[in-house]
Design a protein around this ligand. Structure first.
Ligand code: MBD
Ligand code: FE
Length: 283
């Protein structure tokens, strides 16, 4: 591999930042609300600085580190690992949802992945086929368990080395990404590979941050999903594997007991699992 093909934190960070920047985001926050939030943010800073008697050296290290995070393009990574789970929780609780639980989106979602039929195999390379196969099937329903017409399941996940297509070099654009169009009752049956535990890019400022407090950069093996159906609230979630490493100690604090799969070998000896998604009505 040449240097430019090495999957570095710098490269995946900048790819995530470029993807994020391609859409200009906005929110309708009022001036009053902004004032209240900023006052509390700065108040929390003040409290921490006084509580821990933060030094000038520590302040300068923070300034340098924040500059580094920007230059490495790692704000999407750092924020999604350390902050997004709180936002997701507030979002879920505020709306009193009762369907399938959500989880964080993370930095590696790409919209408009190629459409796949209800019964499908995820796009993968020869080398991906060497990994253990997983048959993931289920149904998208309303809160009463009635199958939904027009449902889609967007699935994206890492390969067995822990790399996501479009965020590491040399991987086909839509590898292990797809938009599955469910049948008229919301059923799907996807053959893919079983992802491995995932180490977030650790050779950049997010990794230095983790090292500085003696933490670890691991996430449990996971599938990312976005599930949609006409007239229903779309959910963004993740699914994990029973007994898997890091399920109890996810660096991104994004696991939930309701989101854990326990695949079992089917008649052909292939690991198979059924998971149904219940969608809340649209607000
Ligand atoms: C990931 O794959 C991920 O899911 C999160 C939340 C953060 C970094 C990489
Ligand atoms: Fe992920």
């Amino acid at each position: 591999m040449t240097t430019t093909e090495n999957p570095t934190a710098h490269a995946s960070g900048n790819a995530a930042t470029d993807k994020f920047k391609s859409e200009r985001v906005s929110s309708d926050t009022s001036v009053e609300r902004a004032a209240a939030i900023y006052k509390d943010v700065l108040g929390a800073f003040a409290e921490i600085i006084h509580k821990h008697q933060v030094t000038y050296d520590e302040y300068r290290v923070l300034k340098q580190w924040m500059i580094d995070v920007g230059e490495y393009g790692e704000w999407p990574l750092w924020l999604d690992v350390f902050v997004e789970h709180e936002i997701e929780e507030v979002h879920y609780n505020r709306k009193h949802f009762s369907g399938t639980k959500g989880s964080i989106e993370g930095p590696y979602y790409v919209p408009d992945s190629p459409k796949l039929p209800a019964k499908c195999t995820m796009p993968m390379r020869e080398q991906d086929k060497a990994a253990e196969a997983l048959i993931f099937k289920g149904q998208v329903t309303d809160l009463e368990g009635k199958g939904l017409q027009g449902a889609t399941v967007e699935l994206w996940h890492a390969d067995k080395e822990g790399y996501y297509s479009q965020f590491a070099p040399g991987i086909p654009e839509w590898n292990l990404r797809g938009t599955i169009e469910c049948d008229d009752e919301g059923n799907f049956e996807i053959t893919t590979l079983k992802p491995a535990p995932y180490k977030i890019p650790a050779d950049g400022p997010t990794g230095w941050f983790i090292d500085s407090y003696g933490g670890h950069p691991w996430r449990p093996a996971h599938l990312h999903l976005m599930v949609k159906a006409p007239g229903k609230r779309a959910i963004t979630t993740q699914l994990y594997f029973q007994g898997g490493e890091w399920v109890e100690d996810d660096v991104a604090t994004a696991t939930k007991p309701e989101l854990i799969l326990d695949p079992q070998p089917n008649a052909d000896g292939v690991d198979e699992v059924t998971y149904n998604f219940a969608l809340d009505p649209e607000a």
